[in-house]
Design a protein around this ligand. Structure first.
Ligand SMILES: C[S@@+](CC[C@H](N)C(=O)[O-])C[C@H]1O[C@@H](n2cnc3c(N)ncnc32)[C@H](O)[C@@H]1O
Length: 298
């Protein structure tokens, strides 16, 4: 296994890598979002990771497209009455500093202790646009996670009110957890205060990304061959299923050599099998099938 001096020495370093793509997007005149803090947070190391990444993702299209889709779905959820966001594995994400959020809105971030400590220091002089709470927690530890969820959904913020319609975001987290931990997380998030779960799902990337030694210290683990059916079996029904590469082409971020694939019939996200598929899904817990809406089917 690569050592501490490798570009990615542990899973938290991947937060620098994705921040670098947001920083580059921010410099474009036609930027899909602007994240002015991303460049500093990514640092030289984050930018070096972006340059060293496999060619298939080097221009950052998966992260940029995912960020834009998630921005839009967070905004939609708030319009639909969301009263709290829990960003699990927030990494170096800066949405509370850059999105248009109500001042009294409560946004809770969680990540591993070293990451939250680094972010506290890096952003100490910046003012979030809402009430921001940052907590250190290992989300793979069931007891620590349960305590965190109880506190994060409880009476906090200026009004000291408990959440009633929370959105949980797990952007870039699930791939680093094993299948059993993702299933436990899905059960732990099944609570009346949580209205939606917004996640990205990546299948078939082990072959393209996992083979490079750069990611040796942050291996991909969760790639369910039954796609979003994995979540449906645990009672989480998709409200939106957004295919990343198809959106990347529509947003003019797909690399030219992948564009032709976006016009082919896409794998069924319920059963992609061994075909690569990555997307963003917003899920709602309901034992009954509430139907799937795909905004941009091909
Ligand atoms: C690819 S980064 C994504 C960060 C952020 N969500 C974003 O999209 O910019 C993965 C993040 O997952 C966090 N992470 C991985 N395993 C974790 C765990 N067991 N508990 C808490 N955070 C974890 C890492 O520290 C890192 O910040």
């Amino acid at each position: 296994m690569a050592g501490e001096d490798s570009l990615i020495s542990n899973v938290s370093d991947t937060a620098r890598w994705v921040a670098a793509y947001r920083a580059v997007e921010t410099t474009r005149p036609d930027a899909l979002f602007r994240d002015p803090l991303a460049d500093r947070l990514a640092g030289e190391r984050g930018h070096a990771m972006a340059v060293a990444a496999p060619r298939i993702m080097r221009n950052g299209w998966p992260v940029v497209t995912r960020t834009k889709l998630i921005d839009d779905l967070v905004a939609t959820s708030i319009q639909q009455g969301c009263d709290r966001v829990l960003n699990l594995a927030a990494g170096l994400d800066t949405r509370p500093y850059r999105m248009n959020l109500p001042e009294d809105f409560v946004w809770v971030e969680a990540d591993l202790p070293k990451m939250t400590a680094e972010k506290d220091i890096a952003l100490a002089a910046e003012a979030p646009r809402c009430t921001l709470i940052r907590r250190a927690v290992d989300l793979a530890d069931a007891d620590a996670r349960a305590k965190f969820l109880d506190a994060a959904l409880g009476p906090v913020g200026p009004q000291a009110m408990p959440a009633t319609k929370a959105l949980v975001l797990t952007e870039g987290l699930l791939v680093y957890l094993d299948e059993g931990t993702v299933a436990d997380l899905a059960r732990a998030l099944t609570r009346p205060e949580i209205a939606w779960w917004l996640a990205d799902i990546t299948i078939g990337m082990k072959r393209t990304r996992g083979n490079t030694s750069m990611f040796e210290n942050a291996p991909l683990r969760f790639e369910p061959t039954n796609g979003i059916a994995f979540f449906e079996r645990l009672g989480w029904q998709p409200l939106e299923v957004e295919h990343l590469l198809v959106h990347a082409r529509k947003l003019r971020r797909a690399p030219w050599f992948l564009v032709p694939f976006t016009y082919l019939r896409q794998p069924d996200p319920h059963a992609p099998g061994r075909y690569p598929w990555s997307g963003v899904v917003r899920l709602r817990h309901s034992p009954e099938n509430c139907g799937m809406r795909t905004r941009h089917p091909t």
